[in-house]
Design a protein around this ligand. Structure first.
Ligand code: G3I
Length: 386
């Protein structure tokens, strides 16, 4: 049965209309006009030191934002979440489409939306092997390491500098390790990442400098390593753990480790997520679940999942959230978009879907309910977890 958020989202929209923009100082500062007693919004029920976020594609969802007449999607995004991550708008192909051209239009729209709705912004991402524009792919064929360093430094200083003061966490380096199943096994992506490839003789030196450039451009942003298949203690997260130690020893301003949290019911759930977070926290880092979704293999001819699949999905989302709640260094928990119609999953995993926490009519799934209950139980209202 649909359980609309309508009273909540109307209040949020009204609040956004009358209040001046201001910087959010606590992760879950309650949007004006909403009562802390309102028990149906994730952002209101979360501990004050845990941001609860969603990915959003600003180019598609926020360019038309009018605080006086938000779309239903925009209302739900503002009412439910205290943090937003640009799903695509800050990636190289969107923000740096030509060597001398930076296009901040959709990322700026996202930041403006976040400010109007008293949300924080997670920056994503500055160094990745995917979604690089053609000019990078072409030029990198002949790059020396110095060439690559110059291009990356300009990009990081320009992009991070543009958003200085607006971003609380930056995914500086994304998916820089291969997996056990890739040719060559778990090692830095010196084959596919054009920057790491050009500097394959000493890729860690490049990473240390990438974090340093970002820190110099915005000293207040917490700088993350981020990856998929990085939830539990495994060969890949062992490699990240070693890298983090090496980078910290070299003086890199590394501040966080993010586990993306892209799960599928085709596989089991690795219950060592909390232990993994704890070991990174022991290094002095923040940790975060940065891109949570749980995709479901849909049976041939079926339009939706079975009740058992629905229940298991809720358990998986909740298990990731519980691990985060149990580690005080876990600073943010972000779902990778909503509703299912906006999910990247069906386009990449044919036969899988229903991966987000909201139905296409924005009604909450059991996964949403489980998360809301866990947030409430953790620390009702606004007190921190400490
Ligand atoms: O660039 C075209 C644009 O010109 C066109 O108007 C538009 C029309 O749909 O498509 C654009 O390309 C899309 C691109 O995002 C945007 O640059 C692709 O179709 C689309 O498939 C692509 O997908 C994104 C994917 O990253 C690409 O790798 C997904 O939306 C996004 O959710 C996904 O996010 C990644 C994280 O960044 C890192 N972790 C894994 C996660 C899921 O793959």
């Amino acid at each position: 049965m649909r359980r609309p958020f309508r009273s909540l989202i109307v209040a949020a929209a009204a609040a956004a209309l009358v209040l001046p923009l201001c910087t959010v100082t606590a992760a879950n500062a309650t949007p004006p006009g909403l009562s802390d007693a309102d028990r149906s919004a994730l952002r209101n029920q979360a501990p004050i030191d845990l941001a609860v976020g969603s990915a959003v594609w600003g180019r598609q969802q926020l360019m038309d934002y009018d605080p006086g007449a938000p779309t239903e999607y925009q209302q739900v995004l503002g009412a439910q979440f205290s943090s937003v991550t640009p799903e695509n708008d800050m990636k190289w192909d969107a923000i740096h489409p030509a060597p001398d051209v930076y296009d901040f239009s959709s990322a700026d729209a996202l930041v403006a939306y976040a400010r109007a709705n008293h949300q924080q912004v997670r920056g994503h991402t500055l160094l990745w092997h995917s979604q690089n524009p053609a000019w990078v792919t072409e030029a990198s064929a002949t790059w020396t390491c110095d060439d690559a360093r110059a291009v990356l430094e300009d990009h990081i200083r320009t992009v991070v500098g543009h958003f200085k003061g607006e971003i609380y966490e930056w995914d500086v380096a994304n998916e820089i390790f291969q997996d056990t199943w890739d040719a060559g096994g778990v090692r830095l992506r010196t084959d596919r990442n054009p920057f790491l490839k050009a500097c394959a003789d000493d890729p860690v030196a490049l990473l240390v400098d990438a974090f340093r450039w970002a820190h110099e451009a915005d000293p207040d942003a917490v700088l993350f390593l981020n990856d998929y298949n990085a939830e539990g203690v495994n060969a890949k997260t062992d490699a990240y753990y070693s890298l983090a130690q090496e980078m910290l020893a070299a003086g890199a301003p590394l501040g966080g480790f993010g586990a993306q949290g892209h799960l599928s019911l085709l596989y089991g759930f690795d219950t060592s997520l909390q232990a993994n977070f704890e070991r990174f926290a022991a290094l002095g880092l923040q940790v975060a679940v940065t891109e949570a979704d749980v995709r479901i293999p849909l049976l041939e001819g079926e339009t939706g999942p079975t009740p058992r699949q629905v229940a298991t999905q809720a358990e998986r989302y909740d298990a990731m959230l519980q691990a985060c709640l149990n580690v005080t260094a876990c600073s943010s928990f972000t779902v990778w978009g909503f509703p299912d119609a906006n999910s990247w999953v069906p386009g990449v995993f044919p036969g899988e879907g229903w991966a987000t926490i909201l139905e296409d009519d924005y009604s909450p799934k059991p996964a949403f309910d489980a998360m809301l209950a866990s947030l409430r139980d953790a620390t009702p209202g606004v007190s921190p977890r400490r």
